[in-house]
Design a protein around this ligand. Structure first.
Ligand code: GLN
Length: 493
């Protein structure tokens, strides 16, 4: 029997399914696993800043409940598993900030649907994770609670906006996490932190109780250590919810059953617009090697075109900011969170509250969105963007007539250095060039570890699926994972 500390040392490294097996065999209890995780957070998180709020008391109480369930023979895949939530998920009785000063003291009276489903499945919520303020960003630097750092290199960004959700996986301070993806916010940080991140099809997971950024683009999804865990997390949160009218009433398949390891004859598309000259050489090399690996597994590659790709970033920044300007109108100091002191009138109070409460990037987005929606500019910007969005959607539907899924880079470069792009919003926006079209099309995509840069930073590949084609991309991602060892690498922290 190894000394107790050694058991604790390794518990935080386990995947969901590995920990589940140990819980089931009663080799370890959920309380022990949760304590190990909490100790790890205490030791490592001061360097990473992945957490805004840690909830040890609630976590240990939930772990005790889970242990009782397990003792009674009632164990589901997530029972007793320590999970972290992006701070965009409304949690009953637990402060929910969306990484903004304006919600700095907001304690919600209810759980959102995804959170409630995780809890019903027996998951142990260990805390709320850092992110870009209101999920606006690609680096984690716009948080009012300070930037999150990349566990692979603390001088680098972890990606965003689900920065804490990805960094906590890489730092092994959560067994799995939940994030949201409006323009790439699950896939891009997953790629930069060497984890698996899935953005499900719009409507697959309920958005009830997710603080809205751009409602027609937002979607909830998991970040995990491997594809099996990703399937297990999706299983727990997917499905129709009467509380979200955009959630779709389609049966939820058994996602782990899709992980057959067999991709022979699968047709993967390579869109010429994504394999551009400016692609970072390390990213390109990882993609080329991935294509070879897949060829060896019997995958067929087909050159395709998504002709409207060039317009995706501009279209996104009109649609997303327009929706954000409307969604964020509710924060005026009356109903939620922060309220400015010493205002001379009601209007003055709104003004001061919003001036004090929102950070620079959020203000920029509100101004852009308000402009795009204003009379005289609406037709030229917002309406035009909606039309281009339809063209982008049609590009994908056409491609899926000949291919089963599409293989692309996730981000044009590996993680960049903290501060490198904060002064140039356009450069920051371009980080999402390969992820944004998926959101505009409303379909699903997964990021899987596929390589390392020369300076030791992870690189992911993206598999884009048909609407509700999660099983196919998970199967393809899993087969790749089986054939490679990238997901087993650990950040030395
Ligand atoms: N980086 C993109 C943005 O800033 C995407 C963010 C997201 O997916 N939430 O809007």
């Amino acid at each position: 029997m190894p000394p107790q500390t050694e058991i604790l040392m390794e518990l935080h490294d386990l995947t969901i399914h590995e920990l589940h097996d140990r819980l089931k065999r009663k080799e370890v209890s959920s309380v022990e696993a949760t304590r190990a995780l909490l100790a790890r957070i205490e030791a490592v998180d001061p360097k990473v800043n992945a957490y805004i709020t840690v909830t040890p008391e609630e976590a240990l109480a939930a772990a005790q409940d889970a242990d009782r369930r397990i003792a009674a023979g009632d164990i589901a895949p997530l029972t007793g598993i320590p999970i972290g939530l992006k701070d965009i998920f409304v949690t009953k009785g637990i402060r929910t900030t969306c990484a903004s000063r304006i919600l700095g003291n907001f304690v919600p009276p209810y759980d959102g649907t995804a959170v409630a489903r995780l809890k019903e499945a027996g998951a142990v919520i260990v805390g709320k994770l850092n992110q870009d303020e209101f999920a606006m960003g690609s680096s984690g630097e716009s948080s009012a609670f300070g930037p999150t750092r990349n566990p692979w290199n603390l001088e680098c960004i972890p990606g965003g906006s689900s920065s804490g959700s990805a960094a906590a996986i890489a730092a092994r301070t959560a067994t799995a996490t939940l994030g949201t993806d409006t323009g790439g916010s699950i896939r891009q940080p997953a790629s930069h932190c060497g984890c698996v991140g899935l953005r499900p099809t719009y409507g697959r997971v309920s958005r009830y109780g997710v603080i809205a950024y751009a409602s027609s683009l937002d979607q909830v999804g998991p970040l995990t250590r491997d594809v099996t865990d990703c399937a297990l997390m999706l299983q727990a949160v997917a499905g129709h919810d009467p509380l979200d009218s955009t959630s779709v009433d389609l049966p939820v398949p058994d996602y782990t059953k899709a992980l057959t390891g067999d991709v022979k004859g699968l047709r993967l598309g390579l869109p010429k617009e994504y394999y551009i000259a400016g692609l970072d050489p390390d990213v390109k090399m990882a993609l080329d090697e991935a294509i070879e690996t897949y060829r060896g597994l019997g995958v067929e590659f087909i050159d395709i075109s998504l002709p409207h790709t060039d317009y995706a970033v501009a279209t996104y920044y009109l649609v997303a900011t327009a929706e954000a300007s409307s969604n964020l109108a509710r924060y005026e100091g009356v109903r939620f969170g922060h309220r400015a002191e010493g205002a001379a009138s009601l209007i003055d109070m709104f003004r001061k509250t919003r001036a004090e409460g929102f950070g620079a990037e959020v203000k920029r987005r509100i101004m852009l969105g308000t402009y795009a929606l204003s009379s005289g500019y609406y037709d030229a910007y917002y309406l035009k963007a909606q039309k281009v969005r339809t063209l982008i959607m049609q590009d994908f539907l056409k491609a899926f007539e000949t291919v089963d899924a599409i293989l692309t880079p996730v981000a044009p470069t590996p993680a960049f250095r903290i501060g490198e792009k904060t002064r140039d919003p356009l450069q920051m926006y371009l980080s999402d060039i390969f992820t944004i079209p998926v959101n505009l099309a409303g379909t699903c995509a997964v990021s899987v570890p596929a390589g390392m840069s020369g300076n030791g930073l992870p690189i992911g590949l993206q598999l884009i699926g048909r609407p509700f084609g999660e099983e196919t991309i998970l199967r393809a991602a899993h087969a790749f994972e089986q054939a490679t060892a990238w997901h087993q690498r650990k950040a030395q922290i």
